[in-house]
Design a protein around this ligand. Structure first.
Ligand code: ZN
Length: 221
């Protein structure tokens, strides 16, 4: 949803720096949720994002079949009369896929953002990989023996874990937003009679942009 200019201005500080930007935790958790959208699992879509100490993303992953095991042939159902047709035998969890797809030599001392608290199998691999911190969104399976075992191992191995409390319930990605970005500051005395826009920290005459009257961000206010 677009904001009106007053709302946008109120979210800028004295040097017009935008103050409503995402913080790191929200950004990386949102990425974990975004990559989960790639999952083919009809019940649970989980994503994970691994970040190093300089806030660089070193890996993302989501729950899926191993390479070469076709999404269209291997089973996605949780239970089946034929035990060989249950997904748990095949699906790689997001945490493991992320660790194995890292774009650096190792993930020692990194932190992992993940939608669900890791299971015991992932916990083993997380510990062995050297990841030191888990930030998770949901612990809805905290009663399960797998989760209890995972926490037991994390505690023993000094892997920290903390639940993320989202600042916003939802983050909406509006692909059309890029077509009406820019905050107008009509009170600024620039060389043109037209109002001026601030975009990416620079003053830009909106003569080169769309007219504020036609700007969707204003029309939507
Ligand atoms: Zn797992």
């Amino acid at each position: 949803m677009s904001m009106n200019p007053d709302q946008q201005l109120s979210e800028c500080n004295h040097n017009y720096k935008r103050t409503s930007y995402m913080d790191w935790d929200e950004y990386f958790m949102a990425l974990a949720f975004l990559v989960a959208k790639r999952s083919k699992d009809p019940v649970t879509q989980v994503g994970a994002c691994i970040v190093d100490n300089e806030n660089r993303i070193v890996a993302v992953g989501y729950n899926g079949m191993p390479r070469g095991c076709s999404d269209n042939e291997f089973p996605w159902q949780k239970t089946s009369k034929n035990k060989l047709e249950e997904k748990k035998l095949y699906v790689c969890h997001a945490e493991v896929n992320a660790i194995l797809s890292k774009n650096c030599s190792d993930v020692k001392n990194c932190r992992m953002y993940v939608g669900l608290f890791p299971c015991n199998e992932c916990a083993k691999i997380i510990i062995q990989s050297g990841i030191k911190t888990i930030i998770y969104m949901s612990d809805k399976y905290d009663y399960k023996i797998k989760t209890i075992a995972a926490k037991r191992m994390f505690d023993a191995a000094n892997v920290e874990y903390r639940q993320y409390t989202p600042k916003n319930k939802k983050i909406v990605i509006d692909f059309n937003e890029i077509n009406h970005t820019g905050v107008c500051y009509p009170e600024n005395d620039f060389s043109t009679n037209e109002s001026n826009c601030i975009e990416d920290g620079q003053a830009i005459s909106n003569l080169s942009l769309s007219s504020p009257k036609k700007s969707k961000s204003i029309d939507d206010a």
